[in-house]
Design a protein around this ligand. Structure first.
Ligand code: ZN
Ligand code: ZN
Length: 625
């Protein structure tokens, strides 16, 4: 190898050390740590005329960002047995994946400056670096400019990266424009666009694209399922999953998590169980995220035993697993088990978080353990440095109100360092209803109506309280107030999942194919319920209509329809699980208690805020909700 002129001075004036050698990727190579050492080594190689084996990837990375760049480039051009672009790309890749991805952008500029021939990989590493450097990197338009200038606008691989870059830097419209103009797209292109739209909550646009795809892979389906779950459309998520199964595609771990989340939201226990079996068969048992989602799914479906067995079988648990299990036990009426589990967790030195304490406070609240609850509340900030959030205050008010300590609950609210929200006042209202404190109920309602004037649920509760106190005029006043304010009643709807199919009922549903059967069975139940003292509680109907009309409305409440449908379509002894979008009304609560006894069925209802497990004529909420 000949000697570049810049090295003459080094070879003639410096006394050189014996070259240190080492093996690099199993190749016998020389060791150097700086451009200076490289130059020394180079000179010595020439001087002593010994055989050499420079590692050119290393030459490139040592000199990439130094003034010796042109020197390294020359060495590579003259002696490397690989194209120069390949060597620099590997250097770009390493920098892009390092902790300082900005260096990849600096190197890219240098490559342009020294006219290094770039290829599609160079761009993909540049884009990778740009996406990692938020704010300080090159923005999409500059990269776009390079791509156009260097003639890569017909390269799909490069354009895919560009679409991705635009999208992750928040320029979703620019991403879409590039996407629309692409003459050729592969499944990766579509997936990038769909995933990014979903991440921005634009699920409808994502779905429109999804429908246009000729070929979809697991990733495409999974993104779509996730998208629907994230925007609160679990039914659509499950529909997409069903179609994916029809196409015989095998779900991966991400798909499993997304589908389980959909099952949890909609209470689709049958599908959830099937996914659980599939997950075990596929060897996903050790995936902590899947296990945590399974626990969550079973709890939200009111099947706490199954959640517990997933929890018990986990080899490794995170704080999410512990908190979910403690909370699940607490809200399903297993308060003691929840507290036991907490002691076990502390013994194992797992540090609790805010969610753990919500579970503990719920447990105490459900068991009426006021002092214990107070102790946990004090301990969370004192022993674990957790600042109580509004949810914790809500739990404390619930704990005190349930126990009938209404004055103390109100004092507690007044002394809160943060502004009480609807949940906090709602908890007090619940206590006032059960412990029949009309005055304080009015105060709570006043705050609630101020916070959320269009929530019809509060008017219902208030009218109910007046009706119970036989203050009919006040009850009428509430109805008038509601009308004057233009409050619209949210239509109640309940769903039940049977053999993997979700059946939805809205209040007064008269379109259901089984409506006659349902009506017949309801009449029969009603006879038996009357024998046990049931009387329709029409005070929950806030309409100025005839009493007989009110009764008709009452009997058409969606949870009643769903439960009767469940009784008809499931075998004896099978628990009936219902999801309700609103709070269960007093009348349905009373009716379902009786039905659980008459039909000898466990009925689990998840309403907007809690679970009711009706069994042998009683409810796990102890009539407090
Ligand atoms: Zn009802
Ligand atoms: Zn209940």
């Amino acid at each position: 190898m000949s000697l570049p002129s810049s090295l003459v001075s080094i070879t003639t004036t410096t006394s050189l050390p014996i070259p240190q050698t080492y093996t690099y990727n199993n190749i016998y190579a020389y060791k150097f740590k700086s451009p200076f050492e490289l130059k020394q080594l180079h000179a010595q190689i020439i001087k002593t005329n010994i055989s050499y084996n420079l590692h050119f990837d290393q030459v490139a990375s040592i000199c990439a960002l130094t003034p010796s760049f042109p020197y390294a480039q020359k060495l590579i051009q003259l002696y490397a047995n690989k194209p120069e672009t390949v060597i620099w790309n590997s250097c770009l890749k390493t920098l892009a994946e390092s902790d300082s991805p900005f260096n990849a952008i600096r190197l890219f500029r240098r490559l342009l400056e020294y006219n290094v021939c770039l290829d599609c990989f160079s761009f993909s590493f540049l884009v990778k670096a740009c996406t990692k450097v938020s704010g300080g990197g090159l923005d999409g338009r500059i990269v776009h400019g390079f791509i156009e200038k260097l003639g890569f606008m017909s390269n799909m691989f490069v354009l895919n990266s560009l679409v991705h870059l635009y999208a992750v830097s928040g320029e979703i419209d620019d991403a879409r424009q590039v996407f629309d103009k692409m003459s050729e797209r592969d499944v990766v292109t579509w997936n990038i666009m769909i995933t990014q739209l979903v991440k921005r909550g634009n699920v409808d646009e994502a779905y429109a694209l999804f429908c246009r795809m000729d070929e979809r892979n697991v990733r495409s389906w999974t993104s779509m399922i996730m998208g629907f779950v994230q925007c609160g459309k679990p039914k659509e998520a499950i529909d997409v999953f069903t179609k994916m199964e029809e196409e015989k595609l095998c779900p991966n771990e991400v798909t499993v998590v997304a589908v389980l989340a959909a099952c949890a939201d909609i209470g689709a226990l049958d599908l959830g169980k099937r996914i659980h079996e599939f997950s075990d068969r596929s060897g996903f048992k050790k995936n902590v995220r899947i296990c945590n989602t399974l626990i969550d799914m079973y709890i939200k479906c009111g099947y706490v035993e199954a959640a517990r067995s997933v929890f018990d079988e986990m080899e490794e648990r995170t704080i999410v697993s512990w908190s979910a299990m403690i909370q699940g036990l607490a809200i399903n009426g297993h308060g003691e088990e929840a507290l036991e589990l907490f002691s076990k967790m502390i013994q194992l030195r797992v540090k609790p978080n805010g969610v753990t304490f919500i579970g503990l406070l719920h447990a105490c609240s459900h068991m009426g353990m006021v002092d214990e609850g107070r102790r946990y509340f004090a301990s969370m900030s004192r022993d674990y440095g957790i600042v109580p959030r509004i949810e914790h205050y809500g739990c404390m008010v619930d704990l005190l109100s349930r126990a009938g300590l209404l004055k103390e609950a109100r004092e507690f609210i007044k002394n809160m360092p943060i502004k009480p929200n609807g949940v906090v006042w709602g908890a007090l209202l619940g206590g006032c209803r059960v412990h029949k404190n009309l005055e304080m109920a009015e105060e709570a309602i006043e705050h609630l109506l101020e916070l959320d004037p269009l929530n019809d649920g509060y008017y219902v509760v208030l009218s109910n309280i007046y009706a119970e106190a036989k203050r009919w005029e006040d009850a009428a006043r509430v109805r008038k107030l509601m009308r004057d304010r233009g409050v619209k009643k949210t239509p109640g709807s309940s769903s039940i999942s049977i053999d993997g199919v979700v059946h939805e009922f809205v209040a007064g549903d008269e379109t259901h194919p089984q409506r006659e059967l349902i009506q017949e069975r309801w009449e029969k139940l009603l006879e038996e319920m009357r024998l046990k003292g049931y009387e329709p509680n029409t005070s929950v109907i806030l309409l100025d209509i005839e009493e007989s009309e009110k009764v008709k409305f009452l009997y058409g409440h969606s949870e009643k329809l769903a439960v009767v449908f469940g009784l008809i379509n499931t075998n004896n002894g099978t628990p009936i699980r219902i999801m309700k979008n609103l709070r269960v009304c007093e009348d349905c609560h009373a009716a379902l208690k009786l039905i659980s006894e008459i039909a000898n069925r466990e009925i689990v209802v998840r309403d907007r805020s809690r679970f009711h497990c009706f069994k042998n004529g009683v409810c796990s909420c102890k009539n407090y909700w």
